[in-house]
Design a protein around this ligand. Structure first.
Ligand code: ADE
Length: 251
């Protein structure tokens, strides 16, 4: 998969994507990341990339022409058609289903704006969709771009080692179609001043362990993110597990 990042600070995103799973995905040739700076496509001595908004008000708006020229250079660099995303709090909220959809594409262009955003005409002409990473305001699209690069990189086949399986993560694709939070995890030592590891995890009984994990995942989702679970739509087995969790963990 190829990802082109258009940003006034392209090295910022490259830096963050250079480590861990994303860095390894690049080393393994599963992900090619390219940075582009619209300032390189701006005219004049000052290479201006922004201007004051018509109608007044605070902040600056990114100019059309440097971005259009930059996007044209990005397209010309590779014949593969690209899906262009602009990051904005006005965008569609990013979730794991969206990440899965984007991870399946051959090529993404991530447009990161600064200041108050970009000229609206650019969005209509050159952007396929706007994405938000949450209901809070950041000062630019670089962090959202790094978030998206990380989330799609780890879904590239071969990016994760066996021990890091993506299917078991929170929001992993569940055969029942549920979006569940992850269960708790423990490692050595078994006994510690902070408590002991749940016995079932030491039992070697794989069916019992799977049942316990499912119960914890259902219970955590129910207590922490109730909007993700419709109790009435649960299978009889899941409903029984959830009731068991609630009996064992009174609120
Ligand atoms: N740009 C500024 N804030 C943002 C957010 N929450 N999500 C995506 N892009 C942004």
């Amino acid at each position: 998969m190829r990802i082109d990042v258009v940003s006034l600070f392209p090295e910022f995103v490259a830096q963050m994507a250079g480590h861990g799973v994303v860095g390894r995905a690049q080393e393994r040739g599963l992900l090619a990341l390219h940075g582009w700076n619209p300032r390189d496509h701006a005219e004049g001595n000052y290479r201006r990339v922004d201007d004051r908004p018509f109608g007044g008000g605070p902040g600056m708006v990114m100019l059309l022409d440097p971005l259009l020229a930059c996007l044209e250079a990005v397209r010309a660099a590779d014949p593969a058609p690209a899906h262009v995303i602009h990051f904005s709090p006005q965008g569609r909220p990013l979730d794991q289903a969206k990440v899965r959809e984007l991870a399946g594409r051959d090529r993404l262009v991530l447009l990161c704006s600064r200041y108050e955003g970009v000229d609206e005409r650019l969005l209509a002409a050159a952007v396929d969709e706007e994405v938000s990473i949450g209901d809070y305001v950041l000062s630019g699209g670089e962090l959202p771009a790094a978030v998206l690069v990380d989330a799609v990189a780890r879904l590239q086949p071969g990016a994760l080692n066996d021990a890091e399986s993506a299917a078991q993560d929170s929001f992993g694709e569940d055969p029942s179609g549920l979006r569940l939070l992850d269960c708790p995890h423990y490692t050595r030592p078994v006994e510690h001043a902070l408590g002991s590891v749940p016995e079932v995890l030491l039992s070697g009984n794989h069916a019992a362990i799977a049942r316990w994990r499912r119960k914890q995942a259902l219970g955590r989702t129910w207590t922490r993110r109730p909007e993700l679970l419709d109790r009435d739509a649960l299978s009889a087995g899941d409903r029984a597990l959830l009731d068991e969790f609630l009996a064992e963990n009174p609120l």
